[in-house]
Design a protein around this ligand. Structure first.
Ligand code: PEP
Ligand code: MG
Length: 760
């Protein structure tokens, strides 16, 4: 073999250049057989029901067997490789006790066997095998080569699954009958509805290939997209004809030429005429052209591949836009997609949306937080869901458990409808608590406040009996603009909220950008944004931004009875608090100088970085209040990205380390007699609320949606009982035990109604 890495690259490139999965895997087996000078190379994939392997590609065995030959999951050498999840390398396969001859496959002639598992994100998807006629043992470097290749192949298989392509090969298709796919709990609740599959914004890779339902319409859609893109480019040329250098302008001219009928447009149209839908045709043609450019020697020409890709994305954006706007949304819509984002949501009429299912994202992605705020059940990170096969299918979404059932059985639907009805009745009961205080059965008073910003739904928060705003995410209004909002603009928005809530306290967080929250007009490029320039770090470096914001907050509070609390995000040392206080004081004095009579604000610190947990006592001494941001605290304590579906299982909000940290912060605040709150999502869960109440948190701030339920739970429990539960929990060593114990305890205390239904 030539250099292993070079061969590997060559093969992977050849494979990913294939538009269709079937061709990709067939290319792979041919190339691998050739590179390893083997006699046979075969790929077996496990079907969705995980009952057997299907032969999906081979070079050396009987090609007629592709898509039809099956091996039971436990059988044969292939079964052993998958079961043990490790390579098996035999020079004399036939004498191995597990050897199973695949009938009529042509396998009778081979002796040696090297099989490696194809594993994606911890899940075995299949097995890659090479075989040899003579009884020679594959050497270690060949084994290493195949293992490396299989690891890359895994991503290709997973992707093909995701876009429904592997179904075409007879694997993972047609098994949707009452099948459960598990993801991450995004937002609680149960819903039944019809899937509407949305495609991620302009991502060519994610476009599935399928037949056009109506060729004329697809051609029409394509023409409109083409016209729009041409128009856009012409506009750019006009607008910049003075200011852009010749060379750059020439590039846009070249773009127009590339779109000509004898170039991209003609090719795409031809594919559509052959029956491919417009987005699929676009994907195919762009991929071919890009490949052609990328193979060129000349670096300048190679770069032109990027231009073709860019044009492809522009066209796709229009195609999807046209589609989305025309899309018909059934009365009971379940929005399904590779990545469902708040922007996609904006296209769906709110009264038709029943549930959201996203293959990406996690419990604390802002999409999930938004779904909870809207009270729409959501399942995130459903990585195995064959999203693109689901258009028009009936789905049952159980947000309590993060499950999606495709084509649910009648019995399951009946049961779920009963549960939905119970939840509705409970909601009505909760409505009656609106005016009542949040007080435990043994007289411990808690304040329940709301988090605002994602929906900006003021009246709803007040309707649900919020006693204050515990977190105003001010970055959200910053995100929807083209530049930093002015002091006057900020004032108007803040004033509206403060007036509506008066005389209740309002907690305004200073701008918390960075991490996953970026501003289009203030880009921050970093390797590790969550460990980078975030929250208070940005505003301390830009006093001009912070001063304007604080001045707007102070003025918005002028003349009102309610207390203004300014809250600082991402504090990791008392020094940052001191610097922020100096700026706040400056803003205060400026406003007074201007002659506006305002009160001194309370200044508090968010505890969301582990360092702040260990310095909570010092911070409590110098701050007017502490508020835990458990969403970030959890991600930093556990080193788990809150948005990453791949590690979502590890994001455990009642992990013992997190629970202990929360208790330590409470102790520090109590020792300094500093008011203590929490505004992470944990506060809005029954288990979290009970534990936090036991620890002595004074304020729980949450989504308005969760508020009535949490109030009901707290009103129906004694603090003494909650403290007893907490004592037990603090001795447990894993999140699962804690959750299970608390679930049992709350059920035993008669609080089952507030918990997810029991699961079969
Ligand atoms: C948190 O981190 O817990 C928090 C409340 O802030 P955000 O979710 O906006 O980061
Ligand atoms: Mg945070």
């Amino acid at each position: 073999m030539d250099s292993m890495l070079a061969t590997l690259r060559r093969i992977v490139q050849a494979v990913t250049a294939q538009a269709r999965f079937a061709n990709a895997v067939q290319t792979l087996v041919i190339d691998v057989k050739d590179a390893m000078q083997a006699d046979v190379c075969t790929i077996y994939l496990i079907n969705r029901a995980r009952t057997h392997f299907v032969l999906v590609a081979t070079d050396g065995l009987n090609l007629d067997k592709v898509g039809s030959a099956e091996i039971a999951l436990a059988d044969g050498l292939v079964g052993q490789v998958a079961r043990r999840a490790e390579p098996l390398n035999l020079n004399d396969a036939r004498s191995h006790p597990s050897f199973l001859y695949l009938a009529d496959s042509g396998e009778e002639a081979v002796n040696s066997f090297l099989g490696v598992p194809i594993i994606h994100q911890g899940r075995t998807l299949g097995v890659l095998v090479v075989q040899q006629r003579d009884a020679r043992r594959f050497d270690e470097s060949e084994e290493a080569f195949l293992v490396t290749l299989a690891a890359q192949l895994a991503a290709v298989v997973a992707h093909a699954d995701a876009v429904g392509e592997s179904a075409l090969l007879g694997v993972r298709g047609g098994e949707l009958e009452d099948t459960c796919f598990t993801g991450v709990k995004g937002a609680p609740g149960i819903a039944i509805g019809t899937a509407v599959v949305v495609h991620p914004v302009a991502n060519l890779e994610a476009v599935p290939e399928k037949e056009a339902e109506n060729v004329t319409i697809e051609l029409l859609l394509f023409d409109r997209a083409l016209k729009s893109v041409r128009g856009d480019i012409k506009k750019i040329i006009e607008e910049f004809s003075e200011s852009l250098p010749e060379q750059e302008l020439a590039l846009f001219d070249a773009y127009l030429h590339m779109l000509d009928e004898n170039a991209l447009a003609g090719d795409i149209r031809e594919r559509i005429q052959h029956g491919q839908w417009s987005q699929g045709a676009l994907k195919q043609v762009i991929r071919e052209h890009v490949n052609r450019f990328e193979e060129m020697e000349d670096p300048y020409l190679r770069e032109r591949g990027t231009d073709v890709k860019d044009l492809g994305l522009r066209l796709l954006a229009y195609l999807q836009d046209i589609r989305d706007k025309k899309s018909h949304f059934p009365k009971e819509t379940v929005l399904v997609g590779d990545e469902v984002t708040p922007a996609i949501l904006a296209n769906v009429p709110a009264d038709r949306l029943r549930a959201i299912v996203s293959m990406r994202g996690s419990r604390n992605s802002h999409m999930a937080i938004l779904a909870r705020a809207m009270d729409i059940p959501a399942v995130m990170g459903a990585v195995e869901l064959p999203a693109y096969e689901l258009e028009g299918e009936e789905l049952l979404v159980d947000g309590h458990y993060g499950e999606v059932y495709t084509r649910p059985s009648d019995a399951r639907i009946r049961l779920s409808r009963e549960l939905i009805e119970q939840e509705r009745i409970f909601d009505e009961e909760l409505n009656e608590l609106k005016e009542l205080p949040c007080i435990t059965r043994d007289g411990w008073r808690l304040a329940l406040w709301v988090n605002i910003g994602l929906t900006g739904d003021l009246t709803r928060s007040l309707d649900r009996g919020a006693e204050g705003i515990g977190l105003f995410r001010t970055e959200i209004p910053f995100m929807s603009k083209d530049s930093f909002p002015t002091e006057a603009e900020q004032y108007t928005l803040y004033r509206e909220h403060m007036e509506a809530f008066d005389p209740r306290p309002v907690t305004m967080r200073t701008l918390d950008i960075g991490g996953d929250k970026s501003l289009s007009y203030f880009p921050i490029q970093e390797e590790n944004p969550f460990l980078g320039w975030r929250g208070i770090r940005v505003t301390l470096d830009h006093p001009e931004i912070m001063l304007v914001q604080v001045r707007a907050m102070l003025k918005a509070n002028a003349g009102l009875e309610g207390e203004l609390r300014i809250m600082l995000p991402m504090i990791s040392s008392p020094q940052e608090l001191r610097s922020a206080k100096i700026l706040i004081k400056q803003a205060y004095e400026e406003v007074i100088e201007e002659g506006v009579s305002v009160k001194r604000p309370q200044v508090g610190v968010m505890i969301e970085v582990p360092a702040a947990v260990y310095q909570a006592r010092q911070l409590a001494k110098e701050a007017d209040f502490l508020a835990v941001g458990s969403n970030d605290l959890t991600q930093y304590m556990l080193a788990v990205d809150r948005n990453n579906a791949r590690v979502a299982e590890l994001y455990q909000d009642v992990h013992p380390a997190v629970v202990t940290a929360l208790r330590e912060v409470a102790r520090a605040a109590h020792a300094e007699e500093t008011p203590l709150g929490i505004c992470g999502e944990l506060a809005g869960t029954p288990i979290g609320a009970v534990l936090l109440m036991a620890m002595g948190y004074h304020v729980l701030s949450m989504n308005a949606t969760h508020l009535p339920k949490v109030k009901w739970v707290i009103r129906n429990i004694k603090r003494s009982d909650a403290r007893r539960m907490l004592a037990r929990v603090l001795r447990m060593d894993n999140a699962h035990d804690i959750e299970q114990f608390m679930d049992e305890q709350l059920r035993a205390a008669g609080l089952a109604k507030a918990l997810p239904h029991h699961h079969d």
